[in-house]
Design a protein around this ligand. Structure first.
Ligand code: 13P
Ligand code: SF4
Length: 345
């Protein structure tokens, strides 16, 4: 396939969301990346939040965190290039340690992963001995290593219920925890708000223990945003990610993982929709669903996902950087929590 062929393919898919001059430049990068990917026996995984010209071109597999973890575990390629953020690349390394895992931009972090340390988890476990720990995959390897099981936004309630425990610790996203507590009929407490709360506290009725992490993107959406849009467009379908607040999720028509939202838009007969999530994903969906109108409330791009560009991905393959390493003692503990989650689905 020549650069011109790549450009024509990109134009057919993306001309409604990417300006033509950009398509020309990006087609050359896509061509080079695909050539190198082949030569180096690499696989590229792309999260749903990648910008459209990257998302619709170079990934061999694209999807939400859960799907990409599964693909990372199964690949037999020598190199995994993770077009996503650091915790995702780390999860790939945890699951498939013989492969070289590359993250194209060193700074691609996550406010949720940064909100909690392994020491925080150890302190909570000491405060609530014997209570199983569920950790969102949006955490670093040493935090996963302190956990009994991981979850993603697409299986969080199923993971909590699978434990059949009277109480669970659920870390680190406050909003996802509140949404899961509602879905599973549990009462949640946040002991970081009150130092006196521990497992001996008398008269406290709780089945979930949460933490203070927030996604810096999803915490920005408000119920007022929803009310304003519904006033203007009575037939709009509103979708939110469960990292949004409980109130926002309750005021939406649907809440689910990034892939669940994509599927919903593909299947709905509603003429217009609004996504309360990272805005690049909106462009990706708009590109493949031109017959439906996407309303834009898009003021929030995840700054970490935004670090990953086609230029960086080419450089990453050329120089084989940034290599993700997880110490083997940490990996051995973390892999149990991640594999236990994958077994649940
Ligand atoms: P998904 O698991 O739904 O893809 O979400 C990952 C994420 O980081 C959302 O902000
Ligand atoms: Fe983290 Fe939020 Fe960005 Fe997802 S959107 S990677 S949760 S900061």
């Amino acid at each position: 396939m020549s650069v011109k062929d790549v450009y024509e393919e990109m134009k057919a898919k993306l001309s409604n969301v990417v300006p033509d001059v950009e398509l020309h430049l990006k087609a050359e990068l896509v061509y080079e990346i695909n050539k190198l990917k082949e030569a180096k026996n690499a696989v590229i995984l792309g999260h749903n939040y990648m910008e459209p010209a990257l998302f619709h071109t170079i990934p061999d597999f694209k999807g939400d965190s859960l799907y990409l973890s599964r693909m990372a575990a199964e690949t037999d390629k020598d190199i995994i290039v993770f077009c996503g953020v650091r915790f995702m690349a780390e999860t790939a390394k945890i699951l498939n340690p013989q492969r070289r895992v590359l993250l194209p931009a060193e700074e691609a972090g996550c406010s949720l992963a940064a909100s909690i340390t392994a020491d925080d988890v150890r302190q909570l476990k000491a405060r609530f001995p014997g209570v199983p720990v569920v950790t969102y995959v949006n955490t670093y390897a040493d935090v996963k290593a302190e956990s009994d099981i991981c979850c993603t936004s697409s299986n969080a309630a199923a993971v909590v219920e699978s434990l059949k425990s009277d109480i669970v610790i659920f870390l680190p996203d406050e909003y996802l925890a509140r949404n899961v507590a509602r879905d599973t009929g549990k009462h949640i407490i946040f002991p970081y708000l009150d130092d006196s709360i521990n497992s001996d506290a008398v008269g406290l009725d709780y089945q979930m223990i949460g933490w203070r992490g927030r996604c810096e993107v999803h915490e920005k959406f408000t119920v007022q945003d929803i009310q304003d849009i519904r006033l203007q467009y009575t037939d709009v379908v509103i979708l939110s990610h469960p990292e949004c607040s409980l109130e926002v999720v309750e005021a939406s028509d649907f809440a689910g993982s990034t892939s669940a939202m994509i599927k919903f838009v593909e299947e709905t007969e509603a003429p217009r929709y609004l996504l309360l999530t990272e805005c690049a994903m909106g462009d990706n969906i708009a590109a493949t669903n031109p017959e439906k109108e996407m309303l834009r409330l898009c003021r929030v791009r995840c700054p970490h996902m935004n670090e990953i560009t086609l230029e960086d991905t080419l450089q990453s393959l050329q120089d084989e950087k940034y290599v993700i390493e997880v110490p083997e003692d940490v990996r051995e503990l973390a892999v149990r929590a991640v594999e236990r989650m994958i077994a649940i689905g």
